[in-house]
Design a protein around this ligand. Structure first.
Ligand code: FMN
Length: 326
């Protein structure tokens, strides 16, 4: 039985261990991925990126979402879309940007995505899903993986039939399964038994996503399902230490100084990525994760949320780390 620390391969891509970072929309940019790699993740996947945005050369999509740090490899860019020609063109551009793998989103339940025929809508349009996967392979020349759900509603097993077709007809290199139905969004207990069935049925590596929020659960689900790898999502938000804990590289929780240093690192990278003012706003969704872990109070959180730019947020963090003498 493999261990989470064992290497594996996705097509020809060598991955040093079996703990991976999930795609997280609005969050999984290069520095969040680099952070996960620094803390041990074997593979990191980008937030979902619109194939249309890439194909039509949308500036922010191409400069910010396709930005890849040299030290984050192996990494995958996740694309979503519903037009094979556009997908092939976007995949070509993603390969030029330096991705090692292209992942396709066939599980996003958000209406804005589904009503265009992309994301979880593809669970019901298998012919189109196969064409999209073939187009991504053709356009990029890279291994293509797909992240999908078991179905749209409880009782549906569309995800199973689609998974078979993606492997058998489109030649995808691997799949990530989030065994909650799209109608559950991210709530409820994932059905790991369904995921284990997919692992049994298919010859490609299957990665499990869903409910993996602590090291004991991660190891248990990995063993129970026989999956090739696990994918950490909400459990890793503001908690990159979970990668090392899952890999058995550490057991303890981070000390205050480590958390402060980590948040400072995040602030530095965000400023590099988008400048002080935008970074100040962008990190507002990140602060609550770190403040909770630091045991910081409402006043500290409010100051971070109100900070005009990164310098103001840095000062608030410095005051928290070394309180002024009374
Ligand atoms: C804020 C947020 C953003 C997400 N964005 C994406 C995405 O861009 N692509 C995707 O395939 N899944 C996305 N997901 C789903 C996660 O990758 C993951 O499958 C899901 O959260 C279940 O794992 P968890 O229970 O450990 O959080 C997102 C989930 C959350 C909470």
């Amino acid at each position: 039985m493999p261990s989470l620390t064992d290497p594996w391969t996705l097509a020809a891509v060598e991955i040093p261990n079996r703990v991976t970072l999930a795609p997280l929309a609005g969050i999984g940019n290069w520095f969040v991925r680099l952070q996960a790699r620094r803390h041990g993740a074997g593979l990191v996947v980008s937030e979902m990126v619109s194939s249309y945005g890439v194909h039509y050369g949308n500036e922010r999509t191409c400069t910010e979402l396709l930005r890849i740090h040299p030290e984050e490899h192996p990494m995958a860019i996740q694309l979503f879309g519903s037009d094979p020609a556009v997908m092939a063109s976007a995949a070509e551009r993603v390969a030029e940007a330096g991705a090692d793998i292209i992942d396709l989103n066939m599980g996003c339940p958000v209406p804005k995505v589904c009503k265009t025929g992309a994301g979880a809508a593809l669970l019901r349009d298998h012919d189109l899903a196969v064409e999209l996967a073939k187009a991504a392979r053709r356009g990029s020349g890279l291994p293509v993986t797909v992240k999908l759900r078991t179905g749209l509603k409880p009782g549906d097993e569309d995800g199973f039939a689609l998974a078979h077709r993606l492997v058998e007809d489109a030649g995808v290199a691997g799949l990530a399964i989030h065994p909650r139905h799209a109608s559950q969004q991210h709530k409820g207990t994932p059905d790991y038994a369904l995921a284990a069935r997919l692992v049994d049925e298919l010859p490609v590596p299957i990665t499990i996503s869903g409910g993996l929020h602590d090291a004991a659960t991660i190891r248990d689900v990995f063993d129970q399902t026989g999956a090739a790898a696990v994918m950490l999502a909400r459990g890793s938000l503001g908690n990159p230490w979970l990668f090392a804990q899952a890999l058995g590289l550490r057991e303890d929780e981070p000390a205050t100084g480590e958390i402060v240093d980590e948040l400072q690192w995040v602030m530095d990278q965000a400023e590099d990525h988008m400048g002080s003012e935008r970074a100040g706003r962008y990190l507002r969704k990140f602060y609550p994760w770190y403040v909770a872990r630091l045991g910081g109070g409402k006043a500290f959180q409010d100051t971070l949320q109100r900070a005009e730019g990164i310098d103001e947020a840095r000062s608030a963090l410095a005051r928290f780390a070394v309180p002024m003498p009374a």
